[in-house]
Ligand binder design. Structure first.
Ligand code: KIV
Length: 272
């Protein structure tokens, strides 16, 4: 059964809030290119995040730290070009929002102006409150990213579940409340206990989007390559694969190679 919407009207941040109020779950996927964005937009996805996971999935870097603002702008523009209905959120990469509000605002303005994205996503809590305030005051919609923050991998040294221990859970709840007060339109919660994510979701009036955060958030996000089964080496507990494109693409490539080698391609009808 498909419950996706036939409504072609552009999704707004206000609409995401209404979806939370009405109990309608928000569907989110990442994308980094025009073609994929067009496919998932036409399939009815509500939100597309151009994640800095592009550093891993598109460039093959071991962490998200190496992707630059210019590279994120390049991927985001491609996604915006392929999208009509979904809200497009661009990730601000490592180092662009880190305690210097004027510098952060410059980076956020570049991202919005040069890509046409609808909003940006920023990793971090109280440490970047002034940056977030400055950006929101300039009229740029912000989604906060809390819980596991991959840009802080060198600080924590692990991608393990966050917020399991009381002190960390308390700081996470406070950060979520602070971000709501500052005016973010939503919060992405990555890899935290399901009970904690559900508690936060009930306590705040803006939508939460979870990845590895259980069923109690207002929406769910996954990385497109993982959902489509393009990546055999990444199998976290929270991932559900909806296709096996690794096998489909490998077999198609092998078939093509065989046809070229045996001169079965191109045939007469495929020639001028
Ligand atoms: O970079 C990314 O892909 C993310 C996802 C969790 C949306 O932040």
């Amino acid at each position: 059964m498909s419950v996706h919407k036939e409504d072609k009207k552009k999704i707004t941040t206000l609409q995401l809030k209404k979806m939370k109020q009405q109990g309608e779950k928000i569907s989110v996927l990442t994308a980094y290119d025009y073609t994929t964005a067009k496919i998932i937009d036409e399939a009815g996805i509500d939100v597309i995040i151009v994640g800095d996971s592009a550093s891993n999935t598109m460039i093959g870097n071991p962490t998200t730290l190496s992707i630059t603002l210019d590279q994120m702008i390049y991927y985001t523009k491609a996604v915006v070009n392929g999208t009509k209905r979904a809200l497009v959120i661009a990730d601000m990469p490592f180092g662009t929002v880190s305690g210097n509000p004027l510098k952060s605002l410059d980076a956020a303005i570049r991202m919005m102006q040069e890509t046409g994205a609808d909003a940006i996503k920023i990793e971090g809590g109280a440490e970047i409150r002034e940056d977030v305030k400055k950006i929101i005051d300039a009229g740029i919609p912000v989604m906060a990213h809390l819980g596991l923050m991959p840009q802080s991998i060198n600080k924590y040294g692990t991608y393990a579940v966050r917020g399991k221990e009381e002190g960390e859970a308390k700081k996470l709840i406070e950060d979520c409340q602070l971000m709501e007060e500052l005016g973010v339109f939503g919060i992405l919660l990555e890899k935290i206990p399901a009970d904690l994510a559900a508690q936060i979701t009930q306590q705040i009036s803006i939508p939460t989007i979870g990845i590895g955060a259980g069923a109690g958030t207002d929406g769910q996000v996954l990385v497109i390559q993982d959902v489509m089964g393009m990546n055999k080496d990444f199998s976290p507990k929270f991932l559900r694969r909806y296709a096996d494109l690794y096998t489909v693409m490998t077999e198609a490539a092998q078939h093509y190679i065989d046809d070229v080698k045996t001169m079965n391609f191109p045939n007469k009808t495929e020639s001028y």
